[in-house]
Design a protein around this ligand. Structure first.
Ligand code: AHR
Length: 497
């Protein structure tokens, strides 16, 4: 069982936009309340933010956090979340059938993001609201002073503008579950008009138009084309969302899902370029994969949540080892598209389908998916290389020719580092990797990190971390060739410098 790979410094996909290592915090379940914010927790700082959570977010080096939703944003009045906390209304959140207390709002979240060294990707409500609320929020956040909303921000104690650069024009507006669901034409029109005036308030912002909620939406492709037809000149990005699950317990097929993700990305690029051609435009629209992850473990338990409760444990997927492998494959897939994929948000960050979990009044802990995400975010900075791979293949229920080796590499010229990310999808056997890195003379293997486990269904918990990486991989470099044994079903990070 052998796979070969060739890496050349000059076989470049593109410089990686660090925003592909973004994540997402929605007002949903225990993401905000009990996740990032728990004022009575012993680890809480003077603002009520859990410092143990902040530390873990910093470990992940998340450069961008999408906020405040998600489905939540389509019913959200941003004005409810600013000003004195005592005067903020409690509202029914129709998206998740809970009660929103509004203790945390825009300013508090901006403060939290600063503590984690992240920028915010702010979403505006194009469900129940529209261009007026959107342009007012841009004015509130980004205008220095001397206007109603900028002065309101200052009166709330935030003299400096937040300077939010990246904005989402609503969320999943193609979905019938969305508050204020729209047809592609309805959404395209409102998104274009909102975009226009938001940029009139602050021309430096970048905007993401909503693409489809997932690849199997009946309106997929037609939706993107219509929305971009309306918005092309006003936006920089079109979004993609996708979650996977292993409901039928078919691991070989599950781990191949990243091929579907690859196809989804290619399709959206084609659609964006079709509209470019149609408009004879010089402008290129890039992709924002602003929701992606595994999500299915919590579907049944979520049906038992008491309606209208405050911050109940919703979408608390406990990820197992095989989920971490698929997350690794998805990250590698995104690296392969670094030329057009410039933003991606792991959905989500804390407690809600998240790499970080918290116990009420207790510990914060790392899920299995924490590790591939952290490794890629920390070591995957620089230029994504285009590897030439020859790998044994397999067929599964929905896929043919699935390469057993899923791999990509990142060259950090500044630090003179080369990092190979690799998943061995083989269920039965290890894979011997031979990687020709001909023009990286003088490089040495710094470490070979491996995430492996005999039990595909193994999860972590607050008490124990049985799924954690070790650095006992055997990668070696000799005569221009890196050789490494990739254990069966494993995530590998081979670092050279
Ligand atoms: O991330 C959870 C939910 O998934 C988001 O609120 C929504 O946009 C998507 O359907």
């Amino acid at each position: 069982n052998k796979a070969k790979m060739i890496l050349e410094k000059d076989f470049k996909v593109a410089e990686i936009d660090k925003r592909i290592y973004g994540s997402f915090v929605e007002h949903l379940g225990r993401a905000v309340y009990g996740g990032i914010y728990e004022p009575n927790h012993p680890e809480a700082d003077e603002n009520g933010f859990r410092q143990d959570v902040i530390e873990m977010v910093k470990e992940l080096q998340v450069p961008l956090v999408r906020y405040p939703g998600g489905n939540f944003v389509s019913g959200y009045n941003w004005e409810d979340g600013v000003g004195p906390v005592a005067g903020r209304p409690r509202r029914l959140d129709l998206a998740w059938r809970t009660t929103e207390t509004n203790e945390i709002g825009t300013n508090e979240f901006m403060q939290w993001a600063k503590l984690t060294n992240s920028e915010v990707n702010m979403a505006v409500n194009l469900g129940t609201r529209g261009i007026d609320a959107a342009r007012n929020l841009v004015e509130y956040c980004n205008h220095p002073s001397g206007s109603f909303y900028s002065d309101l921000r200052i009166s709330h104690g935030y003299k400096e503008p937040h300077k939010i650069k990246t904005w989402c024009l609503g969320n999943e507006m193609d979905g019938p579950w969305q508050i204020g669901h729209k047809t592609a034409d309805e959404y395209g029109r409102i998104a274009a008009e909102a975009a226009k005036v938001m940029k009139w308030v602050d021309p430096s912002i970048e905007l993401v138009a909503c693409g489809s909620s997932h690849r199997n939406m009946p309106t997929f492709a037609e939706w993107e084309a219509t929305v971009l037809d309306h918005t092309y000149d006003h936006v920089e990005f079109i979004s993609l969302h996708q979650y996977y699950g292993n409901r039928d317990n078919d691991v070989a097929n599950y781990l191949a899902r990243s091929l579907e993700m690859d196809d989804f990305i290619r399709s959206v690029i084609s659609i964006a370029d079709y509209i470019k051609a149609k408009k004879r435009s010089k402008k290129k629209i890039n992709l924002a994969f602003d929701e992606w992850n595994v999500w299915y473990h919590s579907h049944e338990s979520d049906k038992l949540i008491e309606p209208w409760s405050v911050a109940p444990p919703q979408l608390e997927d406990h990820y197992n080892f095989e989920d971490a492998l698929l997350v690794g494959c998805m990250l590698i897939t995104m690296l392969k598209h670094a030329d057009r994929l410039k933003i991606a948000c792991l959905a989500q960050l804390v407690n809600v389908i998240a790499p970080i979990m918290t116990e009420e009044n207790g510990k914060a802990w790392k899920q299995t998916i924490f590790y591939p995400f952290m490794h890629t975010s920390v070591f995957g900075r620089g230029v994504a290389l285009n590897p030439i791979i020859s790998s044994p293949k397999y067929d599964s229920k929905d896929f043919t020719d699935v390469p057993k080796l899923e791999s990509s590499a990142v060259y950090n010229e500044e630090n003179e580092e080369l990092t190979i990310f690799a998943v061995n999808r083989d269920l039965e056997a290890g894979l011997l990797l031979e990687c020709d890195i001909r023009n990286f003379e003088g490089y040495k293997v710094v470490e070979h990190i491996v995430l492996e486990n005999d039990d595909l269904k193994q999860t972590n918990s607050a008490q124990a971390t049985p799924v954690a990486p070790h650095t006992n991989g055997d990668a070696a470099f000799d005569n221009g060739i890196v050789t490494a044994f990739l254990p069966k079903l494993s995530w590998n990070v081979i670092r050279l410098a």
